[in-house]
Design a protein around this ligand. Structure first.
Ligand SMILES: [Zn+2]
Length: 160
């Protein structure tokens, strides 16, 4: 029997891992995100701003959660993701070609189950914080300007 509620939801997966790269005589540890929606990689041209992602669990509107690694809004990635909360769903409208200057205005709309979305963001934040703690002072996270101290100071995401 079909439910009146649309059961089709998109699947968001976020995880972080650590990559080492040489920085002078030292080694720098970069905490690197991966973001997939339905197995589509959203970070081919950009990185994830975890601060904006955490905010998107509470606040609607334009959200620079996908952003150039340099951290400048409008650099390369020229438009934010439009986040809206509709009942039990969180919706993302992602510009089809984030780096294209001749955009047609096309967007991909994703709809996530709200409780699952919040849990996914909470888990991503915890994972990034744990990796930062393990990696110590030599670690970095993108985008530029997002310091490890700020990452470690972010409050946990409350359950919905
Ligand atoms: Zn840039």
């Amino acid at each position: 029997m079909a439910s009146s509620r649309d059961p089709v939801r998109d699947v968001l997966r976020i995880d972080y891992h650590v990559e080492a790269f040489p920085a002078g005589d030292e080694e720098c540890l970069l905490i690197v995100p991966r973001v997939f929606v339905n197995r589509r990689n959203l970070l081919e041209d950009c990185t994830l701003d975890l601060r904006e992602l955490v905010m998107s669990t509470r606040v609607e509107g334009e959200c620079w959660l996908l952003i150039c690694g340099c951290g400048t809004q409008g650099c390369g990635v020229d438009r934010p993701v439009e986040v809206s909360h509709c009942g039990e769903s969180v919706r993302w409208e992602v510009p089809e070609s984030l780096r294209s200057r001749s955009t047609t205005g096309a967007v991909r709309t994703y709809s996530f189950d709200r409780a699952t979305y919040v849990a996914t963001v909470a888990a991503a934040l915890l994972q990034a914080q744990n990796l930062a703690q393990q990696s110590g002072s030599a670690s970095e996270i993108g985008p530029h300007g997002f310091e490890i101290e700020e990452l470690l100071g972010l409050d946990p995401v409350p359950s919905p």
